[in-house]
Design a protein around this ligand. Structure first.
Ligand SMILES: [Zn+2]
Ligand SMILES: [Zn+2]
Length: 204
């Protein structure tokens, strides 16, 4: 982990598989982030070559459509990079912990997520490769996996998460968090079947 927070950029080579892979560490006033950027100068030219990437990366918060999602601890990547006919196929598993808001009580909690990664990259400057619909372009000798890693994690997230199975949620009347305190509001006396129907109707 980088300790320099005063705006110095530098590169660090990882110890994975020799001096083959690297990722950049950028630091600014808000802290340090690591991009999952891999040197593929050799891999991209050797059809059939395989390299393994097993790293833990500190990733910056991600802005989704509705909220800023922070990672709780490093994102672990267990990936295999294969040169298949001079495209680079990257496959494997990602595990991360995210700070998410409970869909019931809105409290922030840590949600572990396992994601599959599968992406095919082609070098834009290379002749003889037909860019396929599912190919992701890259330039030069560096492959930046960061956007697709983030995408894979988001795809693996359920639509709605709850902090725990028996989360009691917020009181619909006074808004208190019923996991933490009780209130004197009268319980809702709605037939559960009507409640189901209510959920299906558009909210006004
Ligand atoms: Zn909850
Ligand atoms: Zn209440």
């Amino acid at each position: 982990m980088c300790s320099d927070i005063m705006g110095n950029d530098y590169q660090r080579e990882t110890l994975t598989e020799g001096s083959y892979f690297l990722y950049n560490v950028f630091c600014d006033m808000t802290g340090c982030i690591e991009l999952i950027e891999i040197d593929v100068s050799r891999l991209k030219n050797n059809s059939g070559e395989i390299k393994k990437l097993n790293i833990a990366v500190d990733m910056p918060p991600v802005l989704s459509e509705v909220e800023k999602i922070e990672f709780d601890g490093p994102v672990k990547l267990d990936l295999v990079l294969t040169n298949v006919n001079n495209t680079i196929v990257v496959e494997g598993d990602i595990s991360a912990k995210l700070r998410l808001a409970c869909g019931n009580c809105l409290d922030s909690f840590t949600f572990p997520v396992q994601a599959e990664f599968s992406e095919t990259y082609y070098n834009e400057g290379r002749e003889g490769i037909e860019p396929g619909e599912f190919y992701t372009p890259y330039n030069g000798d560096k492959l930046d996996l960061t956007p697709e890693v983030i995408k894979s994690i988001f795809v693996a997230l359920p639509m709605r998460v709850v902090c725990r199975q028996d989360c009691k949620g917020l009181c619909p009347t006074c808004g208190r968090n019923r996991n933490r305190e009780n209130c004197d509001c009268a319980p809702e006396t709605i037939d559960p079947r009507l409640e189901m129907l209510k959920k299906l109707l558009p909210k006004d």
